[in-house]
Design a protein around this ligand. Structure first.
Ligand SMILES: C[S@@+](CC[C@H](N)C(=O)[O-])C[C@H]1O[C@@H](n2cnc3c(N)ncnc32)[C@H](O)[C@@H]1O
Length: 325
């Protein structure tokens, strides 16, 4: 029987969450490329063997596909990074135009941080895609509006050959940390990635003075001897540092170092520890059946880098609707 499902190629595929969203929506993944072999192992375990461990820059695209999806590295664009216009990773997004020129997909989707839309590379990419006769739409979505218990604003650039592209419809549901963790053992038992590292003595002392919704400023106020000199000297853009989550709110953006309390709002709402990897996966709407390869830091990176499945599914559905248009 002929397989009529739309075909998808995924560049910078990571652990495969964006691929999986398109697969779940009814597409056939025919090729994915990822440079990190550990993330690729996660891909194989959960999505399929279509992934190739390779550098997108060094490859020659072959064949055709209906949909080209990609999540190029965002560190050079992120407002939390140094945001360097000369970061060599920034130009990786232009690879999408090179692949599009060869593969002639009907629709192209590029996911990235929202600041990507203000970059020179995004403008250049848009010009190249228009030069290939694509219409280009770009918008920023908050994963929370699509049923993910996390505020996470990400840009989507969609290139298409016909008609206009309609953004996915919001499916706002009240989603909180409490709801996300329903049914999980309260204390991490180490099973199925329900693992949280033991805090150091000083980290534990700091956590003890941080209330739900609080952060490092509580330490500075209530226990100044636990605040290192750097906290008083530098202005840190991560206002969430040493942040504690709240039970009845969504969490803030989970980034790649989501088990490092100093990097964000990653402390459990009432226990004195950072969230477990499985708790992070739940907050990203990743199902419990999804297994990860790698060390905890590598798993955290795979989660923080990925498109939350519910948001990915909304995009995939909008793309498929567009193809029927
Ligand atoms: C933002 S993540 C993509 C996440 C993915 N879309 C998901 O939903 O799971 C970007 C990925 O690009 C990979 N990467 C970086 N440079 C690359 C290159 N030159 N070739 C292939 N992959 C690369 C990184 O290892 C990282 O996994």
């Amino acid at each position: 029987m002929i397989d009529t499902r739309p075909t998808v190629v995924d560049l910078f595929a990571g652990a495969g969450l964006f691929s999986q969203a398109f697969r779940a929506a009814g597409c056939r993944i025919i090729h994915a490329v990822e440079i990190d072999s550990v993330a690729a192992e996660t891909y194989v375990r959960n999505v399929g063997p279509e992934i190739e461990v390779s550098d997108v820059l060094r490859m020659q695209p072959t064949g055709r596909c209906d949909i080209l999806i990609s999540g190029p590295p965002c560190q050079g664009f992120s407002t939390l990074g140094a945001r360097r216009s000369d970061d060599p990773r920034n130009s990786l997004c232009l690879e999408v135009a090179r692949w599009a020129k060869s593969m002639r997909p009907k629709v192209i989707v590029i996911e990235n941080v929202s600041a990507f839309l203000e970059s020179d590379e995004w403008r250049l990419l848009g010009r190249r895609l228009k030069g290939l006769d694509y219409g280009v739409a770009a918008f920023v979505l908050d994963a929370f509006d699509y049923g993910v218990p996390q505020h996470r604003r990400r840009s989507f650039t969609v290139a298409f050959r016909e008609g206009i592209f309609i953004q996915p419809q919001q499916r706002r549901r009240v989603r909180t940390v409490r709801q996300a963790w329903e049914g999980l053992p309260t204390e991490p038992d180490g099973k199925n990635h329900h693992y949280s590292p033991k805090p150091s003595k000083v980290a534990l002392a700091r956590m003890r003075v941080i209330p739900p919704g609080g952060d490092k400023r509580d330490v500075m106020r209530k226990a100044p001897r636990l605040a290192p000199p750097s906290w008083w000297q530098v202005s840190c853009e991560v206002t969430d540092a040493w942040g504690r989550m709240e039970w009845d709110s969504p969490c803030n953006t989970l980034r790649t170092a989501l088990q490092n309390a100093s990097k964000g709002r990653y402390i459990h709402p009432e226990q004195h520890r950072v969230i477990s990897l499985r708790e992070a996966a739940r907050l990203h709407s990743i199902p419990d059946s999804w297994t990860f390869a790698g060390l905890p830091t590598q798993v955290a990176r795979q989660i923080g880098n990925s498109v939350p499945p519910r948001l990915g599914r909304a995009i995939a559905t909008a793309v498929l609707r567009h193809l029927q248009w």
